[in-house]
Design a binder for this molecule. Structure first.
Ligand code: WTA
Length: 634
């Protein structure tokens, strides 16, 4: 039986049962019935979590762009594939049909080939949310090049670090980016980044803002003339199921960012399957995910998942506050959006603004609302439900990660019996979550609270960290035997519904962006006046969490506003403005255990104002600093 489209709760239960009892058969029928293959697999699944080795559909041959584009041409050639809404409302939206997308992707793919890009080569994409971003992603996939999209809000240093890590030969960028009433000089940032990347031999530049930029002879070229002279057909490269499709960097709690590697067949099947079910996509729907393609949400739920289902997917270049706080709702009304998928931080920011911005627009086209990226608080949930969904649109609170490739825990709209605010609810078919306690034991029965692990592979999971399989194994498969560890804590209520309670490691989610504390501390510690630092998160009503830095100076008497500004400037240059600290407190010392470990737990409580419940601090090496830190709290 093919469970590709689940339409009732009993079907969900049946599908779930089948997916646990006979996972291979379950995924085989989904893969077989709903995708096009050049050759079928020899083996559906082989796995060994102790070695962190997972293979799905091994031996199969395919190209994901044939599944996302070519196979729709007969039946949906004139249907809009990408609906592009520009930053400025006065610029016309673009409706790019499947036929047009095919031609654009083929031309772009031919340009890549002409520039010497071959199967397996890595191509870095650093673009704003313009159609060329989706097209370049697909063009890479068409010829088997591995795309590494870097979010265009990252700094030159962060970009060069990512280019070097996976050894990209080419960078695709634009002259600049429009963001509200600002423009961002992307090409300049690329130029700076490439000073450290001698192996990048080719830079393709999209003209977007029209600003003056430098073009380096022999390296940089405008894209448009190359596209114009390229052929409009490009035979798709035949890929193995387990060939890498893309690399996407995510922050770890320590060290440099992790280049998560997703492979072709499993990722395709999983992103398409989850898109279809979580958004209950139907042929006439207009689906909009507000994420940036620089994040996994954009990869799976703007590009691959929707296109594999022949959907119309909206791409928005701008920001929710430009030209005013009603922009999202104006776009929903203008394009009659049916599914709207965004982040809690955006909801919280918009909920602070007068309701007039919502009321002005007709939102009756909406059927389903979604959120992703961090736990959604009840207040934001109710605001979203009442004002955007008018109480009529189920909200899917989708929990997943860059590493998981697609949504793992989410309600299915109008199918899951009760959708509770703040609960991601039930695992999708194929997903076997477990909660473990501190002694690594699986907690059976409900209710329960523990660390969230997954005990069986699913097709969309990342296969490794680029260039560092050992780190992949240690980060995800070593904490608990034979389980994938998510880094999140969760509770499960009496009905078996999951509620994600947040990270249990040193990753802090700020405005939906994962930030590791250690890399930020490393940057702060490069400031010549700084002796030591510790970053913790504290609650923030729009960002969810904000960063609080406790900094000890080599000469405490010199603490000043100027040093605070310099620290934030350093962070901005090395990582990006998203990692800036909201508060910086200079301290005489940091609370430490006798073995010299910084007690972040205590700092976290102080930052959140929970100074009554610090627990026993008498065993610290330096309990006296705690009082001082509390008194000078910002
Ligand atoms: C958090 C984003 C609660 C979680 C797709 C996870 C969430 C991290 C939710 C991954 C949600 C994501 N409820 N927390 N619905 N969705 N998270 O890699 O802590 O950017 O581990 O992937 O975001 O973030 P990432």
């Amino acid at each position: 039986m093919d469970f590709y489209h689940i339409q009732s709760y009993s079907e969900y239960k049946e599908a779930y049962k089948a997916s646990v009892k006979t996972p291979e058969t379950f995924w085989e029928s989904i893969a077989e019935e709903n995708f096009s293959w050049k050759k079928k697999w020899n083996e559906i699944l082989s796995w060994d979590f102790t070695k962190a080795e997972i293979r799905w559909f091994d031996g199969a041959k395919l190209n994901i762009t044939e599944n996302c584009i070519d196979r729709h041409l007969d039946t949906r050639g004139e249907k809009t594939a990408l609906l592009f809404e520009p930053n400025s409302p006065s610029e016309a939206a673009q409706h790019i049909s499947y036929n047009q997308l095919y031609e654009k992707v083929c031309r772009f793919a031919n340009v890549l080939k002409q520039k010497g890009i071959e199967k397996g080569d890595r191509v870095c994409i650093y673009l704003p949310m313009i159609p060329e971003l989706a097209v370049s992603v697909l063009a890479c996939a068409r010829i088997g090049a591995v795309h590494s999209v870097v979010f265009a809000g990252f700094s030159a240093q962060a970009l060069s670090q990512r280019i070097l890590d996976c050894d990209c030969k080419m960078v695709i960028t634009s002259d600049g980016a429009f963001r509200g009433n600002k423009t961002i000089p992307l090409k300049n940032i690329v130029d700076n980044a490439l000073e450290d990347c001698p192996d990048v031999t080719s830079v393709l530049v999209v003209r977007r803002t029209g600003e003056h930029i430098k073009m380096k002879e022999g390296r940089d070229e405008w894209l448009l003339p190359l596209l114009d002279s390229a052929s409009i057909s490009c035979i798709p490269e035949v890929m193995d199921a387990e060939d890498p499709l893309f690399i996407l960097y995510t922050s770890g709690s320590t060290g440099k960012p992790k280049g998560m590697v997703h492979t072709t067949a499993g990722y395709m099947v999983y992103s398409a399957y989850t898109f279809k079910n979580v958004f209950q996509y139907q042929e006439e729907d207009i689906y909009w995910c507000t994420a940036d393609i620089g994040w996994i949400t954009g990869h799976s739920y703007i590009v691959y998942g929707p296109l594999a289902n022949g959907a119309t997917t909206v791409m928005f270049e701008g920001v929710p506050s430009y030209p005013d706080y009603g922009r999202f709702w104006e776009i929903v009304a203008k394009h009659k959006v049916t599914q709207f998928y965004t982040a809690p931080t955006a909801i919280r920011a918009l909920a602070k603004e007068p309701l007039e911005f919502v009321k002005k627009h007709d939102l009756t086209s909406l059927k389903i609302l979604g959120t992703v990226g961090e736990p959604i608080n009840e207040e934001a949930w109710h605001w979203y439900n009442n004002n955007i969904g008018d109480g009529l649109c189920p909200i899917v609170d989708t929990w997943w990660q860059t590493e998981t490739g697609g949504i793992l825990i989410s309600a299915l709209p109008k199918i899951t019996p009760a959708i509770l605010p703040t609960f991601a609810t039930l695992p999708l078919p194929g997903i076997q979550p477990v909660l473990v306690d501190d002694s690594s034991k699986e907690i059976k029965g409900n209710p329960a609270h523990g660390k969230l692990c997954i005990k069986f592979p699913w097709p969309g999971m990342a296969r490794t960290i680029w260039g560092d399989h050992k780190r992949y194994k240690e980060t995800y498969f070593s904490a608990y035997q034979n389980k994938y560890f998510t880094g999140d804590g969760a509770l499960r209520n009496d009905d078996g519904y999951y509620r994600i309670t947040g990270r249990v490691d040193d990753v802090i989610i700020v405005s939906g962006h994962n930030l590791g504390t250690a890399p930020i501390e490393d940057v702060i510690n490069t400031h010549e006046a700084v002796a030591e630092s510790a970053i913790v998160g504290f609650p923030h009503d729009v960002k969810g969490n904000a960063l609080y830095g406790f900094v000890t100076l080599k000469h405490p008497e010199f603490s000043s506003e100027k040093i605070s500004e310099e620290i934030n400037q350093l962070i901005s240059t090395s990582i990006g403005p998203i990692a800036k600290l909201d508060k910086i407190q200079f301290t005489e010392g940091l609370p430490k255990t006798r073995s010299g470990k910084i007690m972040r737990r205590i700092l976290r409580k102080i930052a959140s104002g929970e100074t009554e419940s610090l627990g026993d601090i008498s065993t610290l090496l330096n309990p006296e600093v705690v009082q001082e830190i509390i008194q000078q709290r910002k």
